[in-house]
Design a protein around this ligand. Structure first.
Ligand SMILES: [Ca+2]
Length: 380
């Protein structure tokens, strides 16, 4: 009598072989069909006929974008902070080249803008002490399940479309996209500071974008982009228009209706001997996007805290950055020490009355160790 372990039907595996072959054939055919569909969709996205804003194109592009492989994580050496400004800048350019896919000409343009000053940087290497590493930021974002955005409506990574959900709009109605992160617009990279407003505008152009108008930044934060004619009082002096704007404004923050600095990158410190100058003030910023709760409903990070941000404030319709023109400087948001020193209001729609005001393209516009920017992009 055979033991329980002894196969009683030694020919059974052979009888299953044809079924396995059929299953394998079905899998191969399905994979081939899926790949063909993907190629067909990609071809539709790239063809001139598919460049229109049709619904079919948007659906096809969305499928292709969602099939793109995830970006490989930055190299470990990215957390070694260079000792010199030149080395820090070159490391940033290389990161931008790799992660943003910038062409050589774009990198050269960015380099020439940086080289026009001796201070534009991610902080003075001699005095800056970042309270969090890039690796720590990447770990936080990974644990929060956050992934890189590549919305085909925007045509650039890490940008999101803006619209007014309360007016029944969807992202298909968007005419503008905004960076999710402070410039350079990359998750877990430190923001660029000591930049003047005109240089911010030029850097946005160098990466195929533009500086944002104030109301775009505000709408991105508050979760509803309103039209310019509803957001500006054309004609009066700036201080009067800001007063008229602020008085009846909706007061809210990107993360909710109650102020809570602990949700954002506001727990850093100011160097003890910081007088405001490049030589003694560290730009003690966090990597962008390191606070998963500090995000608006559109997916825009760090509008409160980390670096304050240059924007364009139009005082008449022809000064809207969305039309390719510029108005005055506007500083948006708060910065990295607000948990211990709240210098001013930092709700989404608040406008500073005339904080270091100048024309946006003034070659001497204000810059400092905690002031950066982010970019927008018109949807074609
Ligand atoms: Ca900020």
């Amino acid at each position: 009598m055979a033991s329980p372990e002894t196969p009683t039907q030694p020919t059974q595996p052979r009888r299953r072989s044809p079924l396995l072959l059929i299953l394998a054939l079905v899998v191969v055919l399905a994979a081939s069909f899926g790949g063909w569909q993907l190629l067909r969709l990609r071809a539709r996205q790239l063809s001139p006929a598919a460049s229109s804003q049709s619904e079919a194109w948007r659906r096809a592009a969305a499928v292709v974008a969602s099939s793109l492989p995830a970006e490989p994580p930055p190299e470990p050496e990215a957390d070694v902070e260079p000792d010199t400004l030149e080395a820090q800048r070159e490391a940033l350019f290389e990161t931008m080249r790799k992660r943003m896919g910038l062409a050589d000409e774009a990198v050269e343009r960015i380099r020439s803008i940086f080289q026009s000053t001796k201070v534009m940087s991610q902080g003075n290497p001699k005095t800056t002490r970042h309270p969090m590493t890039r690796a720590q930021c990447r770990k936080i974002r990974k644990e929060a399940g956050l992934q890189e955005t590549n919305n085909p409506i925007c045509g650039a990574k890490n940008m999101v479309p803006l619209f007014d959900p309360g007016a029944g709009q969807t992202e298909r109605d968007a005419r503008v996209c905004i960076d999710q992160f402070e410039f350079p617009g990359l998750a877990c990279e430190y923001p660029v500071v000591f930049v003047r407003a005109n240089q911010a505008a030029e850097l946005c152009l160098a990466v195929g974008k533009r500086i944002c108008d104030a109301h775009e930044w505000e709408g991105a934060c508050a979760g509803a982009l309103k039209p310019p004619e509803q957001e500006y009082f054309w004609g009066p002096e700036r201080i009067e228009t800001s007063y008229k704007h602020n008085k009846p404004r909706e007061i809210r923050w990107a993360y909710g209706l109650q102020k809570d600095h602990s949700k954002c990158a506001t727990g850093s410190f100011k160097n003890r001997k910081c007088s405001g100058s490049y030589s003694d003030c560290g730009s003690n910023t966090y990597p962008a996007g390191a606070f998963p709760a500090c995000v608006s409903s559109f997916g825009v990070y760090d509008q409160h805290g980390n670096a304050a941000e240059h924007m364009n404030l139009p005082l008449k319709p022809e000064e809207l950055a969305s039309t390719g023109q510029y108005g005055s400087t506007e500083m948006k948001g708060s910065w990295f020490i607000f948990q211990s020193y709240e210098a001013h209001e930092d709700d989404c729609r608040w406008r500073a009355f005339d904080w270091h005001g100048s024309r946006l393209m003034d070659p001497e516009s204000h810059r400092n160790y905690h002031l950066g920017f982010r970019c927008c992009k018109n949807v074609p």
